[in-house]
Design a protein around this ligand. Structure first.
Ligand SMILES: [Zn+2]
Ligand SMILES: [Zn+2]
Length: 183
């Protein structure tokens, strides 16, 4: 069995994501997945993925470029951006992941919608962390979960994001543990 300390989740920011958000994500991911995290510089920008008609960025296209930064099979990479992301069949996405693959991406753009509390920075960071857990879950092969409080639940709106917990349900948690052991 591969040693768990070989595993690594690389976290990269593209553009001007605040440093405190990056650090909060890196720390939370480490604690939630029990895997070492490391911040890494990758792309300067994502302009190559801009769809000028939609004025949004094609997330699938970004993931294809991003995966080349990951050589080690025991590594995953998550990118944080501020631009509005889409995949062709949807108006927008909070993020996207390669199912059972290496790379995922999350944007804070739509997560800024409807911030209500007095500590909006904390609220935004929590949403970002939840979406990162979700997309990383997909890179470990996890699918969407019917349990609306599970982090793998599919969110149609920001209210769904706020409603779900920061945790994997028992079932998804077991699947995740199995997948981590295989790496
Ligand atoms: Zn999903
Ligand atoms: Zn679940």
């Amino acid at each position: 069995m591969a040693s768990r300390n070989k595993l690594n989740i690389l976290i990269t920011t593209i553009g001007s994501i605040p440093k405190h958000q990056l650090l909060a994500v890196a720390e939370s991911v480490r604690d939630q997945f029990g895997i070492h995290t490391q911040t890494q510089e990758t792309l300067q920008d994502i302009e190559f993925a801009l769809d000028t008609e939609r004025d949004q960025y094609n997330s699938t296209c970004i993931l294809e470029t991003l995966q080349d930064f990951v050589q080690d099979p025991a590594h995953k990479i998550v990118a944080l951006v501020q631009e509005d992301l889409f995949i062709p069949i949807l108006t927008h996405v909070y993020g996207e992941a390669q199912l059972g693959g290496k790379a995922c991406i999350v944007s804070s753009h739509r997560l800024k919608e409807d911030l209500k509390t007095v500590s909006i920075q904390q609220e935004l960071t929590l949403r970002l962390i939840k979406e990162v857990y979700h997309e990383l879950g997909h890179t470990f092969g996890l699918l969407h979960c019917k349990d609306s409080s599970c982090i793998m639940h599919y969110c149609r709106s920001i209210r769904d994001v706020d409603r779900k917990s920061e945790n994997f349900c028992r079932y998804c948690g077991i699947l995740l543990e199995d997948e981590i052991k295989k790496l």
